[in-house]
Each structure stands twice: as structure tokens, then as C-alpha cells.
Design a binder for this molecule. Sequence first.
Ligand code: HAM
Length: 419
Amino acid sequence: MSQKVSSVKGMSDLLPGEIETWQAMEQRFREVLRRYGYAEVRTPVLEETALFARGVGEGTDIVGKEMYTFTDKGGRSLSLRPEATAGLVRAYIEHSISNQEPLTRWFCFGPMFRYERMKTGRYRQFYQLDVEAFGVKGPAQDAEVIEVALEVLRALELKGVKLELNSIGDAQCRPAYQQQLVAYFTGSRDQLCAECQLRLERNPLRILDCKNEKCREIARGAPKMLDHLCQPCRDHFAEVQRLLGLVGAPFTVNPWIVRGLDYYVRTAFELVADDPVLGTASAVGGGGRYDGLVQSLGGPDVPGVGFALGADRLKLLMQGRSFTQAPDLFVASVDDKAFDAAFALASKLRKDGLGVETDTRGGSLKSQMKRADKSGAQFALVVGEREVAEQAGELKPMRGGESRRVSFADLPAILRAPR
Ligand code: HAM
């Protein structure tokens, strides 16, 4: 026997039984995004490595440690996208969208790839719903985008997810704050984990995000960005909060949110679920404003704000709910002679819009009825000589109840009637 080939670690198949939850989720995403006027965009899963290095940031874990990067046959360095924003920004620039409209609302749904240490809710291929708005500097766009995220969660009937909000300043106020932070952490440098000692040089803000207990303890006493915002950042943040209040969006301010990507300015937020099913992967989404990103990737000076929701984690939160759709009817045949009639009846009813299953293997009535039971069909109908002659048969409810005689012509109306 040949050796079996398995799927790549951290990348899973989505099979019938769970795919229905994914489909329901995607359907609800799309419905919400339609209401808010966001249009779907699909970009390639492969991009030039430089896009992510420049976009997400060379010093981030995502680019530094987690990308699937390879050289193609033409000698180009390519990477599987670890997130969607950089690719969407590239497409926005490449198609000169800013010349066509001053405000662009896009979303994208698809797989992302990060070579991460795997745990519950953390995979190497995972799906994101990514939402971006380009062109608006003012806080109304932040508030709208955040509301979209909350509305998606509401559409999925996920109640236990909390919005945590912060401002991480901009090029005016962050450098001075960063200096203070470096000064503060330098005082306890030796007690920081090895990773944070490196961060102290490269990306001191990320120390605030470290999961190491000692680092967290030290970070608790660190100066907060919120206390060092310049006036325009302060006003922007206040206005985002006011507008969220206006539309009844609940949030808490969490001064320790820094985000793991370099492009953010001002607003940064996370959606956090308090549910043991996620283990330590409690962030179901995150986002913020990225005003310099379009320009830094060679485009015009267009601001942007957006977020991504981790669909695999949302799916874990939806566990236990059933979205499978069973057939309306199972058509069986008494014997081989009646097979053609059953086959033709099923075909006709499907063309009328019903979900109908038959056993294409034929076989005994008993084995067909076993299959009918397994299919979860609402009703079964057995076709024999008499049924063919009368164009009518016994409609048998599969979950209990009386059978009744119905004409084939009436079947669509009867099966479509609400039960
Ligand atoms: P992010 O925080 O890196 O942001 O990812 C967003 C969400 O994707 C996370 O909150 C999490 O739910 C999910 N996620 C991330 N990594 C994994 C993984 N390995 N396995 C399963 N789920 C994962 C971004 O990606 C930004 N591009 C969001 C954004 C859009 N900001 C502005 N626009």
C-alpha cells in the first residue's frame, strides 16, 4: 500500500457537517456588508514579499517569523498573505481607485496564512473577514467601521464579545511617548523576557502586549499612550467614542491595546470573547486606523481604517448550533421497474426548487429507506406501479405523524408550505 498523505499541519479541511456553519456565517457577513455599502474584493493569496515587509512591518512577528515565503521559478520572493489589508491597499493603489471615488468601502473574505505555534483557535491557514474604508480622515469612519464589526457579531448572534478601544497616537505624539516608554522599561530591562529585551530596541510598544507574567507586571506601571496624546489625536478619540455612544455601540477603553501590526495610528481596537472554547485565542477580531499606509506603499496620501474578524474563532463560538439543511423529500422506488419513475419524479421536483434525494444505487426498498432516514429528509415517498398509474402516492413524514395521499402535482406546494 502507498503511504498516506495528510493535510499540512495547521491547515484543515472543511467538511459537510461543519461547512454549513461557514456558509451561514458568510451569508450573514454579506448581508451586513450590503446594508453598510461595502463591496467585495478578492485579491490573490500570493503577493510579493516586499508588500508585507513594507506594509505590515519588517519588525513584526507576522513578517519576521510567521510568513510562508518562497522564491518562485522566476526568482521572485513571494509570500502567502498573512493578512488582507496590505493586499487590498496594493489593489487600491494599482487600480487608481482614489481617482475614481473619494470614499471606498471594501471587504474581503478568504484564507490567510501564518506559521504560528498552533493551539485552539490558532491555525496556520485561517479565514478572515476583512473590512476596509479608504478616504476619510475623520472619526465618523472609525465609528462606522467599528459598528460594522459589532453588527456582524450581532448577525451571528454572538453576545459575549466585547469591544475594547484605544488610541495609539500618531507621528506627532507617539515618538515622544515611545521615548518615555523606553526610559521606563530600560529601568527593569533585566527582568524583561528575552523577546521584550529585543522589543525595547525595535518596537517598545509591543512590550505592553507581552503575555509573560513578569513583563505584564512591569507593564502595568508603564506610562500610557492615552495620557500622552496630542490634541488632534485626543479630539479624534473623543469623537470616535461619542459617535459610538450615539449609535448605542458598547465599548470599554483599554489603554494597553497596541496591535501586532505596524501600520496603525490613532484608533486601535479589539473584539474579545470571554469563552473557554477559544482557550487563550480570545481575540476574535481587531483593527484600527492606518493613515500613512497607502502612501508608504507608493500610493496617494489617502487615509484608511478597517478591521478583520477571525472566522475560525467565530465558528468555534457558534459550535453546537446546527445550520445543516436536510432535503425536503426522499423518493424511493418499490423495485427496479419503478426506478425510472422515481428518478424522473425527483428530477422534476428539483427543477421546481425542492431539495430531493434518491438512492442512485437502487437496491431494496429497505436499504433505500435506511438511506432516507440518514438523509434527514422531512418526508419520504415510495414510487411503485400504482403510484405511477395514479400520479399520486403516500407522503410519509419521517419524524412521526400521519402519512397522507397526495398527487405528484401538489407536491411542490405541500412541501413548500411552512411546517
Ligand atoms: P490581526 O489582529 O492580526 O489583524 O488579525 C485579526 C483576527 O484574525 C484576529 O483577531 C484573530 O481572530 C484572527 N487570527 C489571526 N491569526 C490567526 C490564526 N493564526 N488562527 C486563527 N485566527 C487568527 C489583522 O490581520 C489586520 N489586517 C486587521 C485590520 C484590517 N486592520 C485594519 N484593517
